[in-house]
Write a protein that binds this ligand. Structure first.
Ligand SMILES: [Zn+2]
Length: 61
């Protein structure tokens, strides 16, 4: 596998070093929808059936 990064506990695999650095390291992954999505959030997904936008962001624990 190319460009895969393990988090601090080596329990999770991420495609980016930034995500891997935050996982299990004081941050948690949270699902946000619609207006909760902060501007500039990458990887926003639109549900084709409902039209609802959602993404997962890192939040400090
Ligand atoms: Zn982790």
């Amino acid at each position: 596998m190319k460009n895969m990064f393990l988090c601090r506990t080596k329990n999770h695999v991420w495609k980016s070093r930034e995500d891997a650095a935050k996982c299990c390291n004081g941050y948690k992954r949270v699902l946000v929808t619609g207006k909760e999505i902060p501007p500039g959030t990458p990887n926003i997904i639109v549900n084709k059936q409902t039209g609802i936008k959602y993404s997962r962001i890192w939040v400090k624990e």
